[in-house]
Design a protein around this ligand. Structure first.
Ligand SMILES: O=C(O)c1cc2cc(O)c(O)cc2[nH]1
Ligand code: CU
Length: 504
């Protein structure tokens, strides 16, 4: 959420978070090295949708100026909260070298690559985040009981990935004794669903690259559009098989059975107004296809569902919400049928994959605690990237206003720091974000224009063939009328030559 060095009592009171890059002392944002400058934070001022009726009740409104109103604005390819690192896709001392990160199908990794990926996730679960800390109270109580003890905690790299997702979906606390307001979600049920989860993954991938000291480290993906009721990645060499003793638990042979979840105390958060902290509690629960009360979530999405959703031509449609029809975003998110039509009882694609897990991974405030979340979302992001490549939309197709709070084009995505807007993630990944997917996609059906063009070309070919055949037939007929034997192949040419010479 915020850099450790910014959340001192004086730092918070100043509202400024413009640290110096490593190796440069007292040089906010590396200005003397031309890396960046400390500027006022710009926030989205456009109206948002009617879903959130409050004003001034939630720290996430006009994110992030409740906490900080000055930030580093980095030049060129420099990036990071102190301009001390490079933008995604760039590396080198001056961020001038391209780096390419390829996200691959997890099922196509070698045994050794699978083992390294599983171990890297486990290392991230245990390694304290080197830069970021998490707030454990709302701003109103952030200076603590004595007014000088800021309420932030260290968090591990992977638990930060869980915490940031929880913080974006948590309810608005309205005070003791009052029910918290749940009709708010800064990362789901709106156009920001894809851009938010894209940055969420990018942050984890970058954190793990730094942890491994391997700038080419890439998160793999799980193609969950395989139909059937078997979780093919739920094996002990990958995300963990089912326990033999408890169908809701993971096999003891998987390292993930030793993981404990964070952000489980939702009753506290909603009644006391506290925020999820680093305390780990219960094991991951997972029982794929086991939800006997919801037969519709006992099968995974079909390959055809991905082909269908890629055909939806409009990125998002009013009200830009989980009720939108003919919206690619609501379709891939899974609130409408794969063909795009909204149906309140439908759960498809991304949502169906979550619910299929039938446990920790299907509860929005907890789901990233199940590491399958990472692979489920890289595949969702891969479909998003393929849609961007096929439809090459202008950024204007992303709504600038009247989307649910947090989802407007210019809104800084909650709770990321430094500020990053939905618009900055609405770009093709290989050209702009330094990563690509190794994936095969369903053949792109011909567009109407292509079909018409091909019909015209075919008609022209037919006409040309008929014309040629008619011409030959007429010439043969006139040749026979002069008492000659029918011509064969190159004899036509010699006949033509003689004829043209004889005409006077
Ligand atoms: O009920 C749903 O459609 C549903 C559950 C769930 C869990 C989750 O973590 C998400 O990110 C989305 C989601 N949708
Ligand atoms: Cu999510």
């Amino acid at each position: 959420q915020f850099p450790r060095e910014c959340v001192t009592p004086e730092g918070l009171r100043s509202g400024q978070c413009c640290p110096s890059p490593p190796g440069l002392n007292n040089d906010p944002c590396g200005a003397s090295a031309g890396r960046g400058q400390c500027v006022p934070v710009s926030v989205d001022a456009r109206p948002h949708g009617p879903q959130y009726p409050h004003d001034g009740r939630d720290d996430r409104e006009r994110w992030p100026i409740r906490f900080f109103n000055r930030t580093c604005q980095c030049n060129g390819n420099f990036s990071g909260y102190n301009c001390g690192r490079c933008k995604h896709g760039w590396t080198g001392p001056n961020c001038e070298q391209r780096v390419s990160v390829v996200r691959r199908n997890v099922m196509q990794l070698s045994a050794d690559e699978k083992r390294r990926f599983v171990n890297a996730l486990d290392q991230a679960k245990r390694t304290v985040h080197p830069e970021l800390v998490i707030a454990t109270r709302r701003y109103a109580e952030i200076f603590g009981p004595d007014g000088n003890t800021v309420q932030f905690e260290n968090v591990t790299i992977y638990n930060y990935f869980v915490w940031s997702h929880y913080y974006s979906v948590s309810k608005t606390f309205l005070g003791p004794g009052q029910a918290s307001f749940g009709g708010v979600d800064f990362s789901h049920e709106g156009p920001g669903f894809l851009t938010w989860h894209r940055y969420h993954l990018l942050q984890l991938e970058t954190d793990m690259q730094d942890m491994l000291r391997d700038p080419s480290f890439a998160l793999p993906y799980w193609n969950f559009a395989i139909g059937g009721n078997t979780c093919d990645i739920c094996t002990d060499d990958l995300m963990g098989a089912r326990s033999n003793f408890d169908m809701n638990s993971l096999s003891a042979n998987s390292i993930f059975s030793q993981w404990r979840v964070v952000c489980e105390s939702v009753n506290d958060y909603d009644t006391l107004g506290t925020i999820c902290n680093s305390t780990e509690t219960a094991p991951i629960r997972r029982n794929p296809a086991g939800n006997v009360n919801r037969p519709m979530v006992q099968r995974l999405p079909e390959p055809q569902d991905v082909a269908d959703c890629l055909q939806v031509t409009t990125f998002d449609t009013p009200p830009y919400y989980s009720t939108s029809s003919e919206s690619f975003r609501n379709t891939i998110e899974g609130y409408s049928a794969p063909q795009g039509n909204y149906d309140p009882i439908v759960r498809s694609l991304h949502n169906l994959a979550h619910l299929f897990l039938n446990g920790t991974g299907g509860q929005t405030h907890l789901s990233p605690n199940d590491p399958i979340f990472v692979l489920l979302h890289t595949f969702t992001d891969a479909v998003f990237d393929e849609w961007l490549r096929r439809h090459s939309p202008d950024s204007s197709v992303y709504p600038e206003e009247n989307a649910p709070i947090g989802h407007n084009r210019g809104y800084n995505m909650v709770p990321f720091w430094p500020p990053v807007t939905n618009a900055e993630m609405f770009v093709t990944a290989p050209e702009n974000l330094g990563y690509s997917y190794e994936a095969q996609w369903p053949a792109q059906p011909f567009t109407l224009t292509e079909i018409i063009t091909m019909a015209i070309v075919a008609a022209l070919v037919v006409v040309a063939v008929i014309f040629a055949a008619t011409t030959c037939a007429l010439r043969a007929r006139s040749y026979r009328m002069e008492g000659h034997q029918p011509l064969l192949g190159d004899q036509y040419q010699r006949y033509d030559d003689e004829k043209s010479q004889s005409v006077v």
